[in-house]
Design a binder for this molecule. Structure first.
Ligand SMILES: [Ca+2]
Ligand SMILES: [Ca+2]
Length: 167
């Protein structure tokens, strides 16, 4: 005697949106439970669920709501159901030179440089920033430290000082 389920399904604004589900030991026609078809919600299952709220698309993906589903239109560099997969590996081939580590980014990459190198692709030596004066020569050690090798008669970190010999 499932009167309540009959009532439940009569509540559905769209026919067939509701699967009847009679609670046990219930004689009250108001004490029914609607078990909605996938994609619908609400007391009478007439409300279509907005699968785009909250937005499941990551990385600025554009969400389109469907019945019992959604679609994400992804930005150029991303793919996957939720735009959570990075489609382009900007680190392949590795653009980082001189042993720099590459981190793949959205439409780009970041190089973590080592050995005293700098710049977007770790192609600049730290010597570029060391102004050796008086024809001093910048040399870079194995751990990246740089220093000026000064010509005769000059001294100082940048070969900036004249070397005087006291007699
Ligand atoms: Ca929907
Ligand atoms: Ca990328």
């Amino acid at each position: 005697m499932c009167i309540s389920s009959f009532t439940c399904c009569n509540f559905a604004n769209v026919e067939g949106n509701c699967i009847e589900n009679c609670p046990q030991n219930s004689n009250s026609t108001e004490d029914f439970v609607c078990e909605c078809l996938p994609g619908y919600t609400g007391g009478d299952c007439s409300e279509e669920i907005d699968e785009c709220s909250p937005n499941p698309c990551q990385n600025n993906g554009n969400c389109t709501d469907f019945l019992n589903g959604y679609n994400c239109a992804c930005d150029a560099d991303y793919t996957g159901t939720n735009c959570d997969a990075n489609i382009i590996d900007d680190c392949d081939p590795n653009p980082c030179q001189n042993g720099g580590d590459c981190v793949d980014m959205l439409s780009g990459y970041n190089c973590t440089c080592s050995g005293g190198y700098t710049g977007l692709n770790c192609s600049m030596s730290a010597c570029s920033d060391l102004p050796c004066q008086n024809d001093g020569t910048c040399v870079q050690g194995s751990t990246g430290e740089v220093s000026c090798v000064c010509p005769g008669g000059f001294q100082g970190s940048f070969c900036e000082g004249k070397h005087f010999h006291c007699l």
